[in-house]
Design a protein around this ligand. Structure first.
Ligand code: F6P
Length: 319
């Protein structure tokens, strides 16, 4: 049986581990692995290659994806989806593994309703915003990248008696901001999911400043679009010399952590096993409470991810 793998949407560390395992494990199972380059764009253009072991040698430590990725405006159009399906048929590919986020899964949902495609999604995004799974591949590395940056910012903030506003990624989801704020002891965390009360925080911080607080770290999720407003408030109302750091795309890159490599392996094995054994089509591999499972693509794409309330309750800065 011919199985293919591709990456779609924003890249995340650990993609290469999943791609390597996919190729090695598909061979182990006596089947034929294919690589689709450049995501959905490559699927449309037929950038598909029968994989060899050497295609995936020496890639585990690398961030990004050696088969690259894309966001594909063309895939919104039926004629290009048809072309993509013809390319799969040409290579007699019967199963497709897609590493991607919610946008990619929505695209696959549409694709699979129109054509006889059998695919398994591996939730892969630093945003960790996919319904039905506690964990998306790449998050651990992104959190460690943010932690490293925050540790460094603390050094200079505390030395210079300054306030720092650090903007983190996550699109409309505050997961990266929440976990980073908890694990770095930030004074302020602002996320799209929770209303932020400037007035209450101001009173609390003024009290702390009166008691000797000399620096402030505020983590702002990009989806709130409040970075500049918070910086202006810290400067004007709390009279801190304030600096802004937008971490940006460094959060997407870098060598994957050990955890993300192991998760990449496990996700890939789960995906291949499912494609080989089951006629139950079009699923997403999910990971909850230490166990893997499968959810229908319709369920994953129709519901919104919510941050665990227990995690939010650990964030005592949000009041
Ligand atoms: O979805 C991953 C992500 O890195 C988001 O956190 C961010 O908002 C977005 O992608 C950035 O997209 P682009 O790389 O297209 O600028």
């Amino acid at each position: 049986m011919a199985l293919a793998i591709m990456c779609s949407g924003g890249d995340a560390p650990g993609m290469n581990a999943a791609v390597k395992k996919f190729v090695d494990y598909t061979f182990d199972r006596g089947e034929t692995p294919y690589l689709i380059y450049d995501g959905l764009e490559g699927l449309i253009d037929g950038s598909i290659k029968k994989a060899e072991h050497r295609d995936v040698a020496g890639i585990l430590h690398r961030g990004g994806s050696i088969i690259r990725s894309s966001r594909s405006p063309r895939f919104f159009e039926y004629e290009y989806r048809k072309q993509a399906f013809e390319n799969l048929k040409k290579h007699e590919i019967e199963g497709l593994v897609v590493l991607g986020g919610d946008g990619s899964f929505r695209a696959m949902d549409t694709f699979s309703h129109e054509f006889a495609v059998n695919f398994v999604g591996i939730p892969t995004t630093i945003d960790n915003d996919i319904y039905g799974t506690e964990y998306c591949l790449g998050v651990d590395t992104a959190l460690n990248t943010i932690r490293d940056a925050l540790d460094k910012i603390y050094d200079t903030a505390s030395t210079f008696n300054r306030a720092f506003v650090v903007e983190v990624m996550g699109r409309e989801c505050g997961y990266l901001a929440v976990v980073s704020a908890i694990s770095s002891g930030a004074e302020i965390c602002i996320i799209p999911e929770v209303d932020f009360n400037l007035h209450v925080t101001e009173q609390k911080l003024k009290q702390e400043i009166a008691n000797g607080r000399r620096y402030i770290l505020a983590i702002v999720a990009e989806g709130t679009k409040m970075t500049d407003k918070v910086a202006g408030w810290l400067q004007m109302e709390l009279e801190f010399d304030t600096r802004v750091t937008v971490l940006g795309h460094i959060q997407r890159g870098g060598a994957p952590t050990t955890f993300d490599r192991m998760m990449g392996f496990d996700f890939a094995v789960q995906a291949v096993d499912h494609l080989l054994k089951s006629k139950d089509l079009n699923k997403v591999v999910v990971y909850n409470k230490g166990e893997f499972g499968l959810l229908d693509i319709d369920v994953v794409t129709s519901k919104k991810y919510q941050i665990d309330p227990n995690l939010l309750s650990m964030l005592n800065v949000l009041d």
